[in-house]
Write a protein that binds this ligand. Structure first.
Ligand SMILES: Nc1ncnc2c1ncn2[C@@H]1O[C@H](COP(=O)(O)OP(=O)(O)OP(=O)(O)O)[C@@H](O)[C@H]1O
Ligand SMILES: [Mg+2]
Length: 556
């Protein structure tokens, strides 16, 4: 073949008009590739068959031609041997192709048209989450076990990022609903009432923080068998958080003094000696002041006991935040399947927001230990901001590690790009421990995507996929949906979050929709009946959803 090519090249060179020159150059390039890369030359034939009626046929032909053209391929349209070509293109008939229908190509060029990709299908697993593919066809993927066992990911934790209104909470609602159907334990810390519908539907516990009824915990009370170094470190983190705030700095001396105080407090308590006291913040507070004084006197080290006494006093019973750390946790919480902590009321509160978030995380860890046979998920919506600091870093790393070991996952949901990029804590603890990244519409961040891409290790191919989110022409004949890109390990795919009307009404965070459903709730008392009645009336009304909601809201 090579010598006949060389001959052909010479023949073209003999007649130096532009067309011949081009041919000659092509052959020269091909020969160079063969020589340099040891490329195999093959005879190939590709046949594109389109069948349709009338007008549509020409459109399809044009589309195929222009798509091929954009790849640098110019197809030839043959009219003289159509029957022959048709016969040859039937499976197993390729040998009937005549020489004049074969093109000489390098093996690489020939293979590039082999269509190895396929429409994505559902995964083979017993833990599947439903989405739709890009066309709206249902598809299920395993976000946890299968990618773990194949080594694609090494933890089940997830990081969810998207601009405001991009559908993060909606996606999480849909995910959590399916988790619940797998009998998973789910704890959510939310600040925007995004899970109230879901929680009501599945009869979970909805705990709202308010000044009259603060969420109370007693992280100081536990059994001797539960005491270990990690527990001590958690309490130490909590004490420093109370003392210094979330951005405080702790010296080595302070650190060892508090560690030693906690150890001796529990040693005394668990030894059952005369000092056996109740276990709560107050007991620790009074013990610690005395003990710190003793240590300082004994070892001649400095610790500002007066500041300690003064700052921490507000957490004692009878003081400003006295209930928070002294009243026992409702033990039924540890048995509950779905708990939503709604702490919107304190999201701007510098003292309470981080403390409450931290103690909720501790409740989750306790729950995890207690129900270690159960899958479980901790979901932090924006609340992560409260704890993203150096002081918390080691606790966060510890939390992620524990979650992984106990068949759990932590999911951080956020829209705040700047906070993530600028915080090394977030990077090293949250993102480094979340092998699955879920991205909703990233249009808002597009201008400065290199930073996000670097942070989340998104190569160029992945970025291209990401920017197709919600922008394909795939909306017709489908219900309302939004797309999400899910990256498990190093690569990801885009899926649709497309749900039924019942689910839509339950997951939606739009105020008018929530309000309309609430007025049904007032009449029916229970969420499922209210939802049924709402859908029944809507379907009987001949109105669109928006019109129907408007009517309900004006008449209620
Ligand atoms: N998959 C979806 N299908 C249909 N509607 C959706 C979908 N996702 C989001 N929406 C619509 O968009 C609205 C806003 O979505 P969502 O509350 O999830 O946004 P968000 O990203 O959590 O915003 P924020 O940052 O303000 O909390 C929803 O109330 C719903 O009406
Ligand atoms: Mg939200």
């Amino acid at each position: 073949i090579i010598s006949s090519l060389t001959l052909k090249q010479k023949r073209h060179a003999g007649i130096p008009d532009p067309a011949n020159r081009l041919c000659e150059q092509d052959i020269a390039q091909l020969l160079a590739e063969v020589a340099r890369d040891n490329q195999l030359l093959v005879h190939a034939h590709f046949n594109c068959m389109i069948c349709s009626k009338g007008q549509a046929l020409q459109q399809a032909v044009n589309f195929v031609e222009s798509s091929l053209f954009s790849l640098g391929i110019i197809p030839s349209r043959n009219a003289y041997n159509q029957l022959e070509l048709f016969r040859a293109s039937l499976p197993a008939n390729a040998s009937a192709l005549k020489k004049y229908d074969l093109a000489l190509l390098s093996a690489k060029a020939a293979a590039c048209l082999f269509f190895k990709e396929r429409q994505p299908g559902s995964e083979d697993s017993r833990f599947l989450i439903r989405f739709t593919d890009r066309r709206g066809i249902p598809i299920s993927i395993d976000p946890a076990d299968l990618p773990m066992s194949s080594g694609r990911i090494s933890n089940r934790s997830k990081f969810v990022l998207g601009g405001s209104g991009s559908g993060k909470s909606f996606f999480m609602n849909s995910l959590v609903e399916q988790y619940l159907l797998y009998n998973m334990d789910v704890v959510i810390v939310d600040t925007g009432h995004s899970y109230s519908g879901l929680c009501a539907y599945y009869k979970g516990r909805y705990l709202t923080y308010s000044e009259q009824e603060p969420i109370t915990m007693n992280p100081f009370a536990f059994k001797a068998s539960e005491y270990n170094i990690e527990k001590r470190d958690f309490l130490k983190t909590l004490i420093f958080l109370l003392l210094k705030g979330v951005n405080g700095e702790v010296s080595a001396v302070e650190d060892s003094i508090i560690s030693s105080v906690i150890s001796s407090f529990y040693a005394l308590h668990f030894s059952g000696g005369e000092a056996k006291t109740e276990l709560n913040f107050d007991a620790f507070y009074f013990y610690s002041i005395q003990r710190i004084r003793e240590i300082c006197a004994q070892d001649h080290v400095g610790f500002d006991v007066d500041a300690y006494r003064f700052v921490l006093r507000k957490f004692c019973l009878g003081e400003e935040f006295g209930l928070l750390l002294n009243l026992a946790t409702d033990s039924s919480l540890l048995e509950e399947k779905l708990i939503v902590f709604e702490i919107d009321a304190i999201r701007e509160h510098k003292v309470l927001f981080p403390i409450v978030t931290l103690i909720i995380m501790d409740v989750f860890l306790q729950k995890m230990r207690l129900r270690d046979h159960q899958r479980k998920a901790l979901i932090l919506e924006e609340a992560w901001k409260a704890i993203a600091s150096e002081l918390m870093a080691s606790y966060l790393v510890y939390m992620y590690k524990t979650v992984r070991k106990f068949y759990g996952e932590a999911i951080v949901v956020t829209q705040e790009l700047e906070d993530i990029i600028s915080s090394p804590t977030v990077k090293n603890s949250i993102i480094a421990n979340s092998d699955t990244i879920c991205l909703l519409d990233q249009g808002k961040f597009r201008d400065d995507y290199t930073k996000v891409a670097a942070l989340l290790s998104l190569n160029e191919t992945e970025q291209k996929k990401i920017f197709t989110i919600n922008s394909l022409d795939n909306k017709s004949a489908r219900s309302r949906f939004k797309e999400v890109y899910i990256k498990r390990g190093s690569t990801g795919e885009v899926y649709g979050v497309e749900v039924s009307l019942r689910q839509y009404m339950t997951f939606s965070t739009e105020k008018p929709e929530k309000r309309a459903l609430e007025s049904y709730l007032k009449h029916h008392g229970n969420y499922q009946d209210a939802l049924d009645a709402f859908i029944y009336d809507l379907e009987g009304s001949d109105l669109s959803l928006t019109e129907f909601i408007n009517q309900v809201n004006t008449h209620s």
